[in-house]
Design a protein around this ligand. Sequence first.
Ligand SMILES: Cc1cc2nc3c(=O)[nH]c(=O)nc-3n(C[C@H](O)[C@H](O)[C@H](O)COP(=O)(O)OP(=O)(O)OC[C@H]3O[C@@H](n4cnc5c(N)ncnc54)[C@H](O)[C@@H]3O)c2cc1C
Length: 428
Amino acid sequence: MVGAVNRTVDVLVVGAGPAGLAAAARLASATVPGWGAASGSPPAPGSASRYRIEVLEREQEAGGVPRHCAHGGFGLTGPGRPTDGPGYARRMVRAAVLAGATVRTGVSATGWAGPLTLDVTSPSGLETISARAVILATGARERPRTARLVPGSRPAGVLTTGELQQSVYLHGVRGARLGRRAVVVGAEPVAHHAVRALRRGGADVVAMVTEQPREPRRLTAVRLPPLLTSAVVTELLGRRRLTGVRLSRPDGRNITIRCDTVIFTGDWIPDHELARAGAVPLDPGTRGPSVDGAFRTGSAGVFAAGDVLRGVESAGVAAAEGRGAADAVLRYLSGEVWPLSAVPVVADRPVGWVAPNRITDAEAGRPLLLRVREPLVRPVVEVAQDGRILHRVRLLGTAWPHRSERLRAAWAREVDPAGGPVTVRIVP
Ligand SMILES: Cc1cc2nc3c(=O)[nH]c(=O)nc-3n(C[C@H](O)[C@H](O)[C@H](O)COP(=O)(O)OP(=O)(O)OC[C@H]3O[C@@H](n4cnc5c(N)ncnc54)[C@H](O)[C@@H]3O)c2cc1C
């Protein structure tokens, strides 16, 4: 990058959501080995005894997705009281800054100038920032309608949950501008938040629609509209403004629901652009960077944590991953050797993905998250390598496509590092 300022930090974190901020708080409060012990008092943030941690956030405000989730249910795990999204975002930012991390907003990482050097754009110009370690915590995004290939014109009134929440909670859009009659596509918890946001904006939510044959009964504070199962949106009607959605059902019947707003929820894809640009290997199941139990990617010195790994989990899970990545970064900065090879963990349909999805020497044993592609009642999960069964477990209750199952991974210690991929599948 010609004319760009070049700076160096110890750790560069991309993304100031719960994962990146939790990582930054932990890293910034750590003491550089060899410092501090002699004086007896804790070293001050910004002193030479602390690592230089910089967090880049492309939005004007740090905090990530929780900033525009004006509902409770955040911080149910971890320190502090449960709170709403904006409160949680503020808490996470405060903790990182108080620990001594530099959190910069309106600053985007746009590409790689070297294995651990990022091209950065901010209102003050172009920079390259080199680091000893990089943490990718870029979150996930909802795929817009175009990516779902729903035919029809492109009328106004077609939004993702994120766009809806930003309109209602950040920009105060209400009434006719938002819409009067809405349909929500999707039925997982994020869809419930969409229903709530629509009502806050004054819309009548007439239906929820899901392709799944059934959905779990949920304990939710939201009064839910009628749910149409096994229904696929096949067309969006209307020219300038949406006038309806056409649905097809398995029995061949087409239904049209009159509405001026439709919200597509829950079709998450890891925000992996930066990882891809840096040739950081991705996992075909999650479509996020593939990582081992220490959140190490396939590129030396590059770690990844949070929703970028596999789409949306709770903020507490993302923050815990951020802290886990920070612990691994600290070991790396202290000289821990980067693993030269890893055994991939492959999800076999109907298992959709497994994360972490690389087995390396040091961190074998961290529980894995697993998602299935269709509802399965008490499925038996089998983990095998080269025909050798490493683990078999029956899951309790029903496994749902929108809810992760936790798979204990003591078996990972039995993996042959010279063997083939480990497969995770459902057996009859
Ligand atoms: C509608 C909705 C409701 C939810 N409700 C709850 C709830 O009630 N309770 C709960 O615990 N969780 C909830 N969640 C989940 C929670 O918000 C996420 O798990 C959490 O935000 C993930 O954190 P993250 O840091 O991985 O990603 P994010 O929060 O997505 O943060 C990633 C950040 O990286 C930034 N970024 C991306 N690329 C770049 C780049 N190249 N340069 C600079 N910055 C970049 C983005 O702007 C973003 O701010 C909800 C999520 C949604 C969508």
